[in-house]
Design a protein around this ligand. Structure first.
Ligand code: ADP
Length: 486
């Protein structure tokens, strides 16, 4: 093997091509940061409909490759890549599997054939490495969609030259999503039944892909140190805490970085006015634009805006938001804006709530990146009352835009936000411990009181904007981990 470290990312999403959450930001940014440190990185992703129809031109790299799935069939796929040399991405194209309106499912539920879709994607790794003549030192897998790769490496591909000596790292971005499927689908994976057992893919008589990855990967990590500890407890372990404890020596936490070329109020192309710590004038202009975008009452501009940008999922604490909303809306000095898509029950709830508080509550059920940027810039506070949070990115973006996070002290939220101390003026946000509406409301009230304190608030904003969570530090940590593996 040459001196340069070669890493293959196998990931179900990545910006700028396809995104449903923070995983995409990591996959879109970490490779670049690693390449800056001298690593050769390639990224493999499915060729979704959105990529096919997107603005970025792609071209075939290899046609009619075959992956030995679903067993006993060999199905063909094409390998594509962006024509722009700026992206080290490759796409597994098989329209029957990936040309859909969404990545994993609709608000109604997951696609029925997700096992085939992502097992096939994982099985494509070997033919792709052969076609590219790429011999990775490390295959870096992300979440359940690529968790079969370490399983195949150990059970189906041990004799393959191109992957000889290759080690695997599995990053868990969210333990709640495990890739669970009925047992009767197991045969299509092409694995021996002896591996459908308690020390293998079996999980209460179902197939659990993430479990297989946890057991077979050479190393496992999560996206914050606190979450790496939490998932080894029954409270946060989603049934896999026992399995994770058996791999405790191989498990670590590396905090996500963020891409400040995308998320900086000094250069953001999505906001009408730029601003920086020494001159915050632009933030007021952005607030006016945000109020207009959500139809908020312009006479209230002195009141703080509390923002939320989120997948509409139980994890994100919307039951707490629902409980505190009437009390917040009863106050004259608060406005709330919410942007999100996700579970249908939350769509319905938000659509019911919005008309009750005209000019004070703004709701958009959509995935809208430009609006997300405007919200970060124009809001005063950011709400993340998550039940659990592997890392969380929005609270980190918020810091840079001087939009003060109010967060539950869990996972990455705990690792990135420090509690404000009104006396010393230190701290970057407001944390609460107990998952309850009372504790959340108390933290909001404390933040609102701080907002009124004209000596304190500017200090908090300065503290927040001075934080640096750029990828450089995290990329170094990944590089150290790869080097330990090989
Ligand atoms: P998660 O990965 O659990 O969804 P994160 O906070 O780690 O949460 O990352 C969420 C990412 O997705 C952020 O970049 C956020 O701005 C973005 N995002 C989530 N929902 C929306 C939305 N409705 N519109 C635009 N961006 C969104």
């Amino acid at each position: 093997m040459g001196k340069q470290l070669r890493v293959l990312f196998v990931a179900p999403e990545g910006v700028p091509f396809a995104k449903t959450g923070g995983l995409a930001d990591v996959v879109g940014t970490l490779p670049q940061a690693l390449m800056e440190q001298g690593v050769a990185v390639k990224v493999l992703m499915p060729y979704y409909g959105a990529i096919k129809q997107g603005k970025m031109a792609t071209a075939p790299v290899a046609e009619n490759l075959e992956a030995p799935l679903p067993y006993p069939l060999n199905l063909a796929f094409d390998l594509l890549a962006p024509t722009s040399p700026d992206y080290p991405f490759y796409f597994v194209a098989r329209d029957e599997f990936y040309e859909r309106s969404q990545l994993y499912g609709t608000p109604r539920g997951d696609y029925f054939d997700n096992l085939e879709r992502f097992a096939f994607f994982s099985a494509a790794v070997l033919p792709v490495c052969q076609a590219l003549n790429f011999h990775p030192h490390v295959i870096h897998c992300h979440d359940w969609q690529s968790a079969l790769v370490p399983v195949y490496l150990r059970n189906r591909w041990p004799g393959e030259e191109i992957l000889a000596g290759t080690r695997t790292l599995l990053t868990i971005h969210n333990l709640a999503y495990q890739g669970l499927f009925p047992k009767d689908r197991y045969p299509l994976l092409g694995l021996d039944w002896s591996f459908f057992c308690i020390d293998g893919l079996e999980y209460y008589d179902q197939v659990n892909l993430l479990k297989g990855g946890i057991l077979c990967a050479d190393a496992i990590n999560t996206v914050s140190p606190t979450y790496a500890q939490e998932i080894q407890t029954s409270e946060f372990g989603y049934g896999l805490d026992g399995v994770l404890r058996t791999r405790a020596n191989a498990l670590s936490g590396i905090l996500n970085g963020v891409d400040y070329t995308e998320w900086s109020p000094e250069t953001d192309p999505h906001i009408p006015a730029h601003f920086r710590p020494k001159n915050l004038k632009g933030k007021a202009e952005d607030k006016a634009a945000l109020m207009a975008a959500f139809g908020l009452d312009p006479t209230r501009s002195q009141a703080p805006i509390l923002a939320m940008i989120s997948r509409l999922a139980d994890q994100k604490g919307f039951d707490l938001v629902a409980q505190v909303l009437p009390q917040l809306m009863a106050r004259d000095d608060v406005m709330v804006v919410i942007l999100g898509t996700g579970e249908e029950k939350y769509h319905r709830w938000l659509e019911q709530e919005a008309p009750k508080y005209p000019g004070k509550l703004g709701v958009k059920i959509a995935f809208n990146n430009a609006l997300a940027h405007l919200m970060e810039a124009g809001a005063d506070m950011f709400l993340m009352p998550s039940l659990y949070e592997p890392c969380g990115l929005n609270q980190i973006y918020s810091l840079k835009y001087g939009t003060i996070p109010i967060v539950r002290a869990t996972g990455g939220l705990k690792d990135t936000i420090t509690q404000v101390h009104p006396k010393t003026g230190k701290g970057t946000g407001f944390l609460f411990e107990e998952y309850s509406a009372e504790a959340f409301l108390k933290a909001i009230h404390t933040a609102l009181a701080a907002y009124e304190n004209q000596k304190l608030w500017p200090k908090i904003v300065q503290n927040a904007m001075a934080q640096d969570f750029s990828w450089k530090v995290s990329a170094r940590a990944y590089l150290d981990l790869y080097n330990r593996l090989v």
